[in-house]
Design a binder for this molecule. Structure first.
Ligand code: KG4
Ligand code: ZN
Length: 337
């Protein structure tokens, strides 16, 4: 039997300071998340400088707790994995700097992990039986990607957003209708009380790139609608706007996924990223997969939003391949998959 591999993983790319210990890329031994939501709520969105400072304040405590809860020490783990991009540069640097120091001091290998690959890998933790090939839709605050994964660590991008990410659209629309930050969960809640057919918001498509997404037009359509209501002196129904906006997002996503399933003939489909914790989106994609006879995989909501366990799962793929980083590892804000 192969030796078990335990990775200490660190995530600090945006507004969550997180550390985890993950066994063999699939099993969580600990998963500690210090959210900064309360801090950024005061400002209506993530303030990069404050995020970096908060990471610096919290990282030591979070890592210590993750090791303690897992019953591990720096000497008993096999490697240190850390998110090095994409994300806010100052925030990334806190995690990268800390991980480098730990790896050097403990004489352990260092692994640089792509945050988006981490989101995908959250599915390996939730579903022990999930193996490539499969299709994955990553919908987060910064990214909207439809990806084909033929084997571990290999990613073929079928489509991406040409402008705003899905989560960004949720956050901006939430702000414009007075729901505040963080927008995703608030829109979801308001949408439950609203009529998804009340307002016909656009569902843009590109003939030359049928898998590409666009959400900035949808956001503008919501703003135009609100302006029109304002000019006519009419009140708008917050719940109806939320429900109609969410319905347009659901349609845009399901249409591309349907096409990708048909064209690739893939029999497994997974979702990932913060927006994938949205119940309405999850249900629509699950139903679509059932209709198409395709296996549907989704991480539980806590593994959809930013966490370090997913970084440990993605780091394990690098570990198996022997892809290690050295102490020149740096934060790469626009890192691609
Ligand atoms: O993956 P994530 O935690 O961070 C990034 O890597 O971006 O995603 C955060 C995004 C935010 O835009 C947030 O509004 C959105 O995920 N989100 C949601 C929900 N929960 C979080 N969007 C829609 N519905 C939700 N329930
Ligand atoms: Zn994320």
């Amino acid at each position: 039997m192969e030796k078990t591999v335990k990775l200490l993983a660190i995530e600090s790319s945006c507004d969550e300071t997180a550390a985890a210990v993950v066994k063999d890329g699939r099993e969580i031994l600990s998963n500690i998340i210090a959210s900064q939501i309360d801090l950024h709520t005061l400002y209506g969105g993530v303030v990069p400088e404050l995020a970096s400072r908060k990471h610096t304040e919290k990282i030591d405590q979070v890592v210590t707790e993750a090791l303690k809860e897992a019953g591990e020490t720096l000497s008993s783990i096999d490697a240190v994995a850390v998110t090095y991009g994409p994300g806010l540069v100052g925030a990334l640097l806190v995690g990268v700097g800390y991980a480098k120091a730990l790896a050097w001091a403990a004489e352990k290998p260092l692994i640089g992990v792509n945050h988006i690959e981490g989101h995908i890998a959250a599915n390996y933790i939730e579903h022990k039986d999930l193996t490539p090939p499969f299709l994955c839709l990553i919908i987060s605050g910064g990214h909207t990607h439809l990806v084909h994964i033929p084997s571990y660590g290999e990613y073929r991008i079928l489509g991406r957003s040409r402008d705003d990410a899905a989560g960004e659209a949720f956050d901006k629309v939430a702000r414009s209708i007075g729901l505040g930050y963080p927008g995703g969960p608030k829109i979801e809640k308001a949408a439950r009380e609203g009529n998804p057919e009340a307002i016909a918001f656009p569902r843009p498509r590109f003939d030359d790139a049928p898998y590409d997404f666009s959400f900035s037009g949808l956001k503008s359509a919501v703003l135009n609608y609100l302006n029109e209501c304002g000019m006519k002196g009419l009140p708008f129904d917050q719940n109806d706007v939320a429900a109609s906006f969410q319905a347009a997002v659901v349609d845009s996503l399901t249409e591309r996924v349907m096409l990708a399933l048909q064209e690739t003939g893939e029999k497994k489909f997974a979702i990932a990223g913060g927006v994938a914790s949205n119940g309405s989106i999850r249900n629509a994609l699950k139903n679509l997969c059932e209709e198409q006879g395709v296996g549907f995989f989704s991480p539980s909501p806590i593994l959809c939003t930013d966490n370090a366990a997913m970084i440990g799962a993605a780091g394990y793929i690098e570990f198996r391949e022997g892809r290690f980083a050295d102490l020149s590892l740096n934060g790469v804000p626009a890192l691609k998959i």
